[in-house]
Design a protein around this ligand. Structure first.
Ligand SMILES: [Zn+2]
Ligand SMILES: [Zn+2]
Ligand SMILES: [Zn+2]
Length: 345
């Protein structure tokens, strides 16, 4: 094997200035981008689209054909950013030019055969099926010896890079812990060390419930809140009340509660500007292997970009890219809006 072969395969490169990593997937070219070719992506009303590579029975890129599925449907991404069998390799030139091969898997999960639905418009039992499928994927991928982290996420709406309006999520399993999760693990361990082994998220949720300033919605199993440190205008988190590390550890009633909360939050989102509300959301879960039970408290982040209308979005520019994130409307005013909209549901 040529010493430079790693350049052609998925790898991560070290930012020598910050110590954080960038995932690079040179093999991932020719991705389909259905969004650009389709007008009014967010307002899809047809239950089946013959040109959609996610609809049941249709052909996908690379020649595979979807089964005529009736519930959820998961498959390996045809344009995966990560591959399970990429050769090992990399470079370390004086701690400055540093790259390592990164192996992993990218899966796609269709929520429903219906092309025109979204979480906001699905029933709680149908969303529960999605939660169950995510839990199964977490177990299956996490059981692979090389996998360190499994992140489930959804890009909803063209504004957040969804390449196809058909309701679906992605599951990326990686050999190393990605930056954002690594930061939370370090902070969580530091908080535990200085607070008698306590879980930072258990303690934070208890404080927020007591203060009742930033709670959007609660049910038996989970809490929806706007975090005190929120960056995006209508950013939110969904946190299980019980200390669980991953989706598969949720009990049946907790999965129903999560499904209910996901529906409530996304319907409130759609009412903010009376149009389909784009967001990226995803779950942070405990490490896939070798994790202590207190490793990480499962939670979902909802990161929606819209600011003042369906057309005015927040961008990270200037000082935000070079210094730190900044916001004008406070998390407390955002939560007041969301709470009112949840009340109207
Ligand atoms: Zn479709
Ligand atoms: Zn906890
Ligand atoms: Zn997190």
């Amino acid at each position: 094997m040529n010493a430079d072969d790693w350049r052609a395969w998925p790898h991560r490169r070290l930012n020598a200035l910050t110590g954080e990593w960038v995932l690079v997937s040179p093999q991932r070219t020719q991705r389909p981008w259905q969004g650009e070719a389709t007008a009014a992506v967010a307002e899809t009303t047809v239950p089946y689209d013959a040109t959609c590579y996610l609809c049941p029975g249709n052909a996908r890129a690379g020649g595979a054909r979807n089964p005529k599925y009736e519930g959820t449907f998961a498959f390996d991404n045809d344009y995966a950013a990560l591959l399970p069998d990429a050769p090992p390799g990399g470079i370390d030139d004086c701690d400055l030019i540093v790259a390592r091969a990164e192996r992993g898997r990218c899966r796609v999960l269709c929520f429903t055969p219906r092309h025109d639905l979204s979480i906001a418009r699905m029933t709680v039992p149908a969303i529960r099926d999605v939660v169950d499928a995510w839990a199964q994927e977490t177990v299956r991928l996490g059981a692979e010896s090389r996998i360190a982290s499994v992140i489930v996420f959804e890009n909803h709406g063209e504004a957040m890079g969804a390449s196809n309006p058909h309701p679906h999520a992605q599951i990326w399993a990686t050999e190393t812990i990605p930056n954002e999760l690594a930061k939370e693990l370090v902070r969580g361990a530091a908080y535990g060390a200085s607070h008698g082994g306590a879980c930072v998220l258990c303690d934070y949720v208890a404080r927020e419930l007591e203060r009742a300033e930033r709670i959007v919605y609660v049910n038996e199993g989970v809490i929806v809140l706007v975090p005190f440190w929120a960056v995006w205008p209508f950013e939110a988190m969904i946190v299980p009340r019980r200390h669980v590390g991953s989706l598969d550890e949720l009990s049946a009633p907790e999965r129903d509660a999560l499904a209910d909360a996901m529906g409530v939050l996304t319907r409130a989102y759609d009412r903010i500007f009376k149009s389909a509300f784009p967001y990226s959301m995803g779950f942070h879960q405990r490490r896939a292997s070798g994790a202590a039970p207190d490793d990480l408290h499962l939670h979902a982040h909802y990161l929606p970009p819209l600011l003042r209308s369906a057309a005015v979005r927040k961008y990270m520019v200037g000082f935000e890219l070079l210094g730190m994130p900044q916001r004008d409307i406070t998390p407390e005013s955002a939560v007041a809006r969301l709470r009112a909209l949840v009340g109207e549901l």
